[in-house]
Design a protein around this ligand. Structure first.
Ligand code: BV8
Ligand code: ZN
Length: 247
């Protein structure tokens, strides 16, 4: 236990005087809100298989099946509430002069907690895009429609979730800004990600090469752990509030 306390102290001191901080989050930060991760025990991809569901080919082949998967997650997330990890990141943003929260998550919980400078790399469960007229719309209705797949009320076209599927490019503006912020930050917190999905998983290396102090918060080690200056092994909802506790 002492080792973790020492590491926590080191991370606290390193973070304290930094003016430019970037946070990269993955599914683990929402775990204590009851939102399953992708690859952990009873992870989402376990019951479902990513390539069957989160790809444009799968959607083309069976839009109703893919919408079943997203409706299941929309319903689950709409019942979830931000946990102390999300709330701690809101407090950090207030304290740091130049702060960005880059997330791979599509659950919208960072915004619901009150974070402002958010870059959603993989889109958002509660936005749809029409394949007919390309209109982008927020949609919080659960269920989204009486019959799946939902159709556009402007043009009758097929709606898809506005998320980035495997094999699809990330939104260029968001990605460029994420790379820019990662390349200029003085410290990066990498929280609750397995570090397996690219190009998001390339951001910590970019920050490290730019001289940033890297803090990983994750109960398990990941391919990103070796490059971290400090690894805080524990759940984000308990580690983050302690890390950000004022002296
Ligand atoms: C693209 C949205 C190119 C949908 C998702 C190299 C470069 C570029 C691409 C690739 C590349 N190598 C491979 C690729 C292809 C692919 C990829 O990375 N594949 C991987 C699997 C090898 N990448 C892509 O396809 C990307 N597109 O590159 O396009 C291109 C360019 C131009 C033109 C055409 C194409 C698109 C990737 C985005 C895919 N979409 N999500 C949806 O959500 O349904 S990815 C999906 O995985 C989620 O977004 C999720 O967030 C993300 C990453 O997973 P994690 O968040 O890390 O979650 P995971 O469960 O894995 O881990 C949870 C962690 O939390 C664990 O470590 C656990 O220990 C920890 N944890 C558990 N409890 C807690 C905790 N931590 C803290 N506290 C706790 N309590
Ligand atoms: Zn339309």
């Amino acid at each position: 236990m002492e080792r973790n306390l020492e590491e926590l102290e080191r991370a606290k001191i390193a973070l304290r005087e930094k003016a430019r901080v970037v946070v990269l989050t993955g599914a683990g930060v929402s775990k204590e809100s009851g939102v399953p991760t992708f690859r952990g025990t009873n992870g989402l991809w376990k019951e479902f298989r990513a390539q069957e569901l989160a790809t444009p080919e799968a959607f083309k082949r069976n839009p109703t099946l893919v919408w079943d998967f997203y409706e299941f997650r929309r319903a689950l997330v709409s019942r979830a509430v931000p946990n102390p990890a999300h709330v701690a990141l809101v407090a950090l943003e207030v304290r740091v002069p130049h702060f960005y929260l880059i997330t791979q998550n599509v659950d919208g919980l960072h915004a619901r907690a009150g974070s402002k400078n958010i870059l959603e790399l993989h889109g958002n469960l509660f936005r749809t895009r029409c394949l007919g007229c390309w209109v982008l719309e927020e949609s919080f209705a659960v269920p989204i429609a009486q019959k799946l797949p939902p159709l556009c009320h402007h043009c009758g076209g097929l709606l898809r979730p506005d998320v980035v599927w495997f094999g699809e490019p990330l939104p260029a503006g968001v990605m460029n800004q994420a790379f820019e912020e990662a390349g200029q930050c003085e410290a990066m917190l990498v929280i609750g990600t397995s570090g397996l999905v690219f190009p998001a998983a390339g951001l910590p290396g970019l920050a490290k090469d730019a001289g940033a102090f890297l803090i990983e918060i994750n109960p398990e080690s990941t391919p990103l752990s070796p490059m971290a200056d400090v690894c805080l092994r524990g759940p984000a909802a308990s580690v983050l509030p302690r890390l950000l506790q004022e002296p």
